[in-house]
Design a protein around this ligand. Structure first.
Ligand code: ATP
Ligand code: MG
Length: 767
């Protein structure tokens, strides 16, 4: 298989095929439970399951794992099928439902009972868990019902099936070993009573199999050879094998686990996604801010870009959270070839060209594609070549492209400055008009010798901006999306409510102006709004009243914004670079950087730096190799990239007087709460200067962290009193200022306060 990527799963399958295991066949399955929509984590499982089968000439089944009657629904089944197809995978004839096997599960369970391998237990699950199951260090003890005879058990089990008992009154347990070191093997439940209506089998059953009993049998019934699942099932593998062997089913499938995919700035559990939908925090499962396949599709992501992303993340066993910026960069790379260029103004400002005749409209010709780009086959005919752009005396430009008092290095329009109107003319600003203290109009003259935006005398060193003829511009609604959460790992701090981490500015609706061709865009048509980003027409739009979703900005405005630490300022709607020409798509992650992401869970951004910077890269490798370093790999990477890199650049240092072990010590001091984040930065600066070990510096300076609520409480009170206006904004619903309040308290403690304790106090006092 020359094109097949290499990873531990593919290596295993390759070896199995070569050895003729399972008759040399490869059969996999993707087994979603139809209790929610698929998300990007499922996309990974889909790409692995279907991908491996395809690469090795096998097949992959789509199986609805619908053994739990209370949460499943047929609408989810249809959505799942649609999403898998959209991602580009095909199960052919092989669509299965676990609920079709209920009778077979039952028959095999009777066999287990007859053979004395399972028994009916009357202990409620909680009681069994509390006093019989034992703990990781202590063996459990036998249920008093464990010695029932097979005949007795069979009668009771049939009674369970016939509805003679209430929910939870009895359960069928495997009879394995209450002292097994694997807790999963301590007489686990196999079949439970649940008087509930099932969306497919109706009221035929009042007993339902548990996952650990059903899943392996489903795999066996279908002839699955390689059952690939995520790491949380690792400890269940022993039980998987036990059930296969105890039921004596003829086909023996084999389970292998790989790491789940997690993504920054979002949540992935279906339970939480459901909560967002039910609480109307998002419009629905397909809200373009959701990490669901349906959400990404509506937002304008392509299946190709998602598959590319999954491929770059790779398959491994260590858990990692992947930077969403990597996904966005895959999307940008792909959309570049699929998106005709058009102009759209998000914050219109009038520009009048006094030198251009009134009532005259000139038709300029503008290509939809940069030179050398071949539009994809799916691009509509009218968008393949170029379009006519009306040019007139009154134009619109973006407010962000004009500065009355321009900062140094400003390349766009300003009083007295010249700029190129893309595909238009060069114009020079002669005067500005104001209204209500704001610039209301920019007055310019144009250079008629520069028609089409081409300088008559060759190159002119000025910026290029986009524009529209005011009379010809169409109204378009633009929905600009930002991260759904403000934190990288929402909900990782279990003591706070994860919903508080929602980004209140995740959606901005903009009344914009666009080129005439946008007015008739079909839903899901894609465009690049020049200098702004990639956009996709939303189904909410109507002919003449189009709606566009921002799929992704041209460059990562978020990273630049947070780097400047301006949390309350909205991200700029127009990206910074003055021309499209100087825009380069983010480079794909190199295999070396990718390896760091998967091996250590560092972010893509950190991995890039560590691969590019030899000093930092070597220090990182030494630190994770030092005792206790590996467990702190993420924190080490963060200190290196966020703190050390800045210090080294600022002071132009290219060699460091300390080693990886010393770095681990510093990170440990922070992790143990001995020093605060701010103090950790000070210690690092001192380590660079003196080469002394972190602990010695901390002791010499008598540094300590203030972590007691008693000490911090009065400071918090004082800050809340002194900042009544900010507090009022918070109480008025602007949860965004919460971080600012915590920051004010931190400042009062001179950086010695423990941020977590402070956050808890602030929250408590504001409640
Ligand atoms: P969640 O925990 O989000 O509710 P789930 O695991 O319960 O999801 P299922 O429908 O049971 O959802 O998942 C179907 C398959 O997808 C399983 O094989 C599971 O291992 C896999 N899967 C689910 N989430 C991820 C993820 N984040 N990364 C990779 N695979 C995943
Ligand atoms: Mg599951």
């Amino acid at each position: 298989m020359p094109d097949s990527p290499s990873d531990f799963i593919r290596d295993m399958v390759r070896a199995d095929v070569a050895a003729g295991k399972h008759g040399g066949k490869v059969v996999t399955r993707f087994p979603p439970e139809p209790n929610g929509h698929l998300h990007i984590g499922h996309a990974k499982a889909i790409c692995v399951d279907f991908g491996v089968a395809k690469e090795f000439g096998g097949r992959c089944h789509l199986r609805m794992d619908d053994t739990n009657p209370t949460t499943e629904d047929v609408s989810y089944v249809e959505a799942i099928k649609r999403d898998v197809k959209w991602l580009g995978f095909d199960w052919g004839e092989h669509l299965y439902y676990a609920s079709d096997y209920f009778q077979r599960f039952y028959d095999l369970a009777e066999k287990l009972v007859e053979r004395g391998r399972a028994y009916v237990c009357d202990l409620p699950d909680e009681e069994f868990g509390r006093s019989y199951r034992g703990t990781i260090t202590e063996a459990g003890k036998d249920s008093p019902y464990r010695t029932r005879t097979p005949a007795e058990n069979l009668e009771l089990f049939r009674g369970m099936r016939d509805g003679k008992f209430k929910d939870g009154e009895k359960v069928l347990r495997a009879k394995i070993d209450m002292s097994s070191p694997n807790m999963k093997m301590r007489d686990p439940p196999l079949v439970r009573i649940k008087h509930a209506h099932h969306y497919r089998t109706g009221d035929s059953w009042c007993i339902y199999p548990l996952y650990d009993y059903a899943h392996c049998l489903e795999d066996s019934f279908e002839g699955v050879t390689h059952s690939l699942c995520t790491m949380e099932f690792e400890s269940a593998r022993e039980l998987y094998d036990w059930v296969i062997s105890a039921t004596e089913v003829p086909h023996v499938p084999q389970q292998t686990e790989f790491a789940r995919l997690n993504l920054t700035y979002t949540v992935m559990s279906k339970r939480r996604l459901l909560q967002l939908v039910e609480q109307k925090r998002v419009s629905d499962w397909d809200d373009p801010r959701m990490p669901t396949i349906a959400g990404f599709r509506r937002r304008g992501y392509t299946p190709e870009s998602i598959r590319d992303f999954i491929g770059r993340v790779g398959v491994a066993k260590n858990l990692s959270t992947v930077d969403v910026a990597l996904l966005e960069s895959c999307v940008r790379d792909d959309l570049d070839r699929r998106s005709p260029r058009v102009m759209c103004i998000l914050k219109p400002l009038e520009l009048v060209i006094e030198s251009f005749p009134e009532n005259e409209v000139e038709e300029l010709e503008a290509p939809h594609w940069p030179a050398g780009t071949e539009p994809g086959a799916d691009i509509a005919e009218n968008l393949r070549g170029s379009r006519k752009l009306p040019f007139s005396r009154t134009l619109l430009i973006d407010r962000d492209d004009f500065a009355e008092d321009p900062p140094a290095g400003w390349k766009r329009l300003a009083p007295g400055r010249e700029v190129r109107l893309r595909h238009g003319y060069f114009v020079t600003c002669t005067r500005v008009e104001h209204e209500g203290g704001q610039v209301s109009r920019v007055i310019c003259t144009h250079d008629p010798a520069t028609r089409g935006g081409i300088a008559s005398d060759g190159a002119k060193n000025v910026g290029t901006i986009h524009w529209l003829s005011a009379a010809h511009a169409k109204d378009v609604e633009v929905r600009v999306y930002d991260r759904l959460f403000t934190t990288e790992n929402p909900g990782s701090d279990e003591s706070t409510d994860w919903l508080l981490e929602l980004n209140p500015a995740s959606l901005t609706v903009v009344r914009a102006k666009g080129e005439p061709c946008l007015a008739q865009a079909e839903p899901s048509a894609r465009f690049q709004f020049e200098r702004v980003g990639f956009f996709t027409a939303d189904p909410d739009g109507k002919p003449g009243a189009p709606v566009f979703n921002r799929t992704v900005a041209l460059k990562d405005a978020w990273a630049r914004q947070t780097a400047k630490a301006a949390p309350t300022k909205a991200a700029p709607l127009v990206s910074q670079p003055a021309t499209t020409e100087d825009k380069k798509p983010a480079a794909p992650l190199s295999p070396e950087a990718n390896a760091l992401v998967t091996a250590h869970g560092v972010t893509a951004g950190e991995a890039r730096v560590l691969v590019q910077d030899a000093v930092l890269g070597a220090l990182f490798a030494a630190a994770v190799a030092a005792p206790e370093g590996e467990a702190l790999a993420k924190q080490i990477a963060s200190v290196l990239v966020n703190d050390l890199l800045g210090e080294m650049r600022a002071k132009k240092i290219d060699a460091l007087p300390f080693d990886g072990k010393a770095l681990v010590e510093l990170v440990q001091l922070g992790q143990a709460g001995t020093i605060s984040t701010k103090q950790s930065k000070d210690v690092l600066a001192e380590m660079i200067a003196s080469g002394k070990p972190a602990r010695a510096i901390v002791e010499a300076k008598g540094m300590k962290q203030i972590a007691s609520a008693d000490a911090l409480g009065p400071i918090v009170d004082q800050v809340l009193l002194a900042n009544a206006d900010v507090v009022a904004r918070y109480r008025g619903g602007n949860v965004n200022v919460f971080g600012a309040i915590v920051g004010l308290v931190m400042k009062q403690t001179k950086g010695q306060g423990n941020p977590k304790v402070i956050a808890d106090l602030v929250k408590e006092k504001l409640a």
